[in-house]
Design a protein around this ligand. Structure first.
Ligand SMILES: C[S@@+](CC[C@H](N)C(=O)[O-])C[C@H]1O[C@@H](n2cnc3c(N)ncnc32)[C@H](O)[C@@H]1O
Length: 233
């Protein structure tokens, strides 16, 4: 079910990429996800723009010091797209056509010429050749996807050796204040499909992705940014 939505920017391409899988219909969990994000799409920026700001800023600071091809996995409504440096050639993918439609509109309105393409695609079945991207960013997505280990394998596969994968998300806390705040946030995070019990250890320790840095950010350190580097560079 891979199709492409042209980004609408000055240099947006509209090449159709090959399907990554022969499955015709989305799985049930994907259907639930698509229905949820279809409802969120029109109001997502207003509800979650500021809440997730610290993580976005941290990722952009790292990414804007790089150049080349950037993949944003789960680009959503494209809130971060206007902030990427013009030296980057950006591709965004997302499972939700409704979220992507908002991103496409943003790219067109803000004439974001460095956005190469916005593509409807499952992060666990990326339709890109190996080592296609210099860097990859995954913000508030890895704890939402039904198959996070497959997503990790795909991110590793499409990264060039030496390239960085930056993950921003809320990860499970073991105890104390963080656990209390999580409990308080659960009604909100459930609506986004997050798994509050998702530990950061699940994305660390892969032989192909060495950990450069992990730090907590934002209100009460609720979110974490993890910088991983593709080995072999
Ligand atoms: C919480 S939103 C985050 C959006 C954006 N990264 C941001 O910072 O605002 C999660 C996004 O992940 C997308 N998503 C969920 N499962 C996915 C999958 N399997 N493949 C690609 N995108 C997926 C959703 O459609 C949604 O746009």
């Amino acid at each position: 079910m891979t199709s492409q939505i042209p980004a609408g920017g000055a240099s947006a391409s509209s090449t159709t990429l090959p399907a990554a899988s022969s499955e015709a219909a989305p799985r049930l969990d994907e259907k639930t996800m698509l229905a949820a994000y279809s409802r969120w799409a029109p109001i997502y920026d207003r509800v979650f723009g500021a809440v997730f700001e610290a993580g976005r800023r941290a990722a952009v600071d790292v990414i804007n010091a790089t150049s080349g091809r950037l993949l944003e996995v789960g680009v959503g409504t494209g809130l971060t797209l206007p902030r990427y440096g013009k030296q980057l050639s950006v591709t965004g993918i997302d499972l939700s056509p409704d979220m992507l439609a908002v991103a496409k509109k943003r790219v067109a309105e803000e004439k974001l010429g460095n956005v190469e393409a916005l593509i409807e695609m499952d992060a666990s079945r990326l339709a890109f050749p190996d080592a296609s991207f210099d860097n990859v960013v995954v913000m508030y997505v890895i704890t939402v996807v039904p198959h996070p280990d497959q997503v990790m394998a795909e991110v590793e596969r499409v990264l060039k050796p030496g390239g960085e994968a930056i993950f921003v998300s809320h990860f499970a806390s073991e105890s104390g204040l963080f656990a209390l705040v999580e409990e308080w946030l659960t009604p909100i995070t459930k609506k986004l499909g997050w798994r509050p019990d998702f530990p950061i250890s699940r994305i660390l320790g892969r032989p192909g992705l060495e950990t450069i840095e992990v730090k907590r950010l934002g209100f009460l350190g609720l979110f974490s940014v993890a910088r991983l580097r593709r080995t072999g560079g």
